[in-house]
Design a protein around this ligand. Sequence first.
Ligand code: IPD
Length: 291
Amino acid sequence: MGEQVTAGPEVPTGVDPVELEQIACEVARAAGRLITEERPRDLGVSAKSTRTDVVTEMDQASQELLITLLGERRPRDAVVGEEEGAAVGTSGVTWVLDPIDGTVNYLYDIPAYAVSVAAVVGDQGVEGGWRSIAGAVLNPVSGELFHAHVGGGARLTTASGTVALAATGASDLGLALLGTGFGYDAQVRSRQARLLLELLPQVRDIRRAGSAALDLCAVACGRLDGYYESGLNAWDRAAGELVAREAGAVVVGLGGPDAGRDLTVAVAPGLAGPFVELVRTLTREHVTQDH
Ligand code: IPD
């Protein structure tokens, strides 16, 4: 694939992506401790876009903690997140937060949810108008912390230390293990299922883990050969797509190099040509009409 994006909005003068990566790691760890150690018996669940799209009181508490900690460390940065609460800024850096990505897994106590923290530059409100320059995705149950800054490679830190990440060397689509996810709207899900029906016979198998941020990191560390999903919000993917790209995966969208709401693909470089073409074609056929 010759279209992977590496340029985009400039890193503002005086902003150090290495420092932002460290901050992302630090605040993600704090939020991870909160949501695991202080998980209440009653999660205080309420519905958002549909009856199945839920938010718990811990999503909100996690986001509030992240905003407080980022405000202490980077008072001039803006912050936006999945839940209510945002902060405006003047530095040119915006923190894009998913305080619990994989909320349904959190609800059922399935240990596959994450705190996702990304520092982005550009206009966060415009599709394709921003890019991540640093980020961290923490699975607070496994203790795995995936992190990266632009141009610096991607790493996984656990209790045993830190290792560099690399996407797989896969080159045969028929043997590829792929991840995906589904939106909360019933009509969208039905189209996503029809796409899957066509894709599944052409690949090794599909995984649906329930956290887009962790799926993208799974591509980065070689647990998946590729991942695709349509309908993602910026907070679902901002940190994970940087980790995947920095691990050598090809990350693109439906119409070009920018991943977006229409489509986010992250795939091992040797599979990028056939996989991106197939998923784009199927997505155009089946999914985008609903957006
Ligand atoms: C969801 C998860 C899921 C993906 C959905 C996302 P949330 O985020 O990342 O894996 O399939 O599209 O909305 O709601 O748990 O933060």
